[in-house]
Write a protein that binds this ligand. Structure first.
Ligand SMILES: C[S@@+](CC[C@H](N)C(=O)[O-])C[C@H]1O[C@@H](n2cnc3c(N)ncnc32)[C@H](O)[C@@H]1O
Length: 209
């Protein structure tokens, strides 16, 4: 038998996952990711997704949020998912493989949305992080701003948004921008989000015009 060698950080990661209740339960219930539980917590607090909605899921792979949304919107609604990584098919979810920083990929997404109304955008997307704040923060804030602009261009009036970003010194300005576009804005840190992670979820409802 060939024994695989793992680095110390991989071993720590595997050991943490082995004990993580969200990981255990996502396997048990066949959810694609532990992120499923984060969306579930936000949905229970803020009621973002409803039956019949069209939802755009940005950074969808491996598909936990798409699974969750597809179930919520039922066959009366639809989910359009987008990720730079591939994703195995999910019933009632149309998947587009592309990079959000690439205009031609975003164009494909816009073409798929067409003239249809989008009631919710959910974005769990974050760029790859190097661990160096000076590099990461501008990249994260660029993505957060692009997602916000994109979502404002496709959402109906009164539409909803969930957007993952990172707590950092640039966040205040970003939140002001979100508040200028939506009448309800909250920051959520679900229990399923690891305490040591700086990720936060901006929940915004009731988009102005
Ligand atoms: C935390 S994961 C999403 C997990 C997903 N919500 C779920 O429940 O399974 C973040 C995703 O963002 C995607 N992503 C990161 N940068 C991207 C980009 N530039 N364009 C498209 N997707 C991107 C990653 O490939 C990754 O799958």
């Amino acid at each position: 038998m060939i024994k695989k060698k793992f680095s110390t950080s991989s071993k720590i990661w595997m050991e943490r996952n082995r004990k993580d209740l969200y990981v255990i339960n996502s396997r048990r219930f066949k959810f694609r990711s532990r992120s499923w539980f984060k969306l579930d917590e936000i949905q229970k607090m803020d009621n973002i997704l409803c039956c019949g909605m069209t939802v755009v899921d940005l950074g969808s792979s491996p598909g936990g949020w798409s699974q969750y949304s597809s179930n919520k919107v039922s066959n009366k609604g639809r989910v359009i998912a987008f990720d730079i990584l591939p994703m195995h098919p999910i019933k009632n979810v149309y998947f587009i493989n592309g990079d959000f920083f690439d205009r031609s990929c975003v164009k494909k997404l816009l073409e798929k949305i067409g003239n249809n109304k989008v009631q919710a955008v959910i974005s769990d997307m974050l760029p790859n992080i190097s661990g160096v704040n000076e590099i990461d923060i501008p990249k994260i804030m660029l993505m957060s701003n692009l997602v916000l602009d994109f979502c404002c261009s496709i959402l109906i009036r009164n539409g909803n948004l969930i957007l993952k970003t990172f707590q950092n010194k640039e966040c205040k300005n970003f939140l002001e921008k979100v508040k200028s576009k939506f009448s309800f804005v909250k920051i959520r840190k679900p229990n399923a989000s690891r305490k040591e992670s700086k990720e936060i979820y901006v929940v915004a409802k009731k988009k102005y015009n």
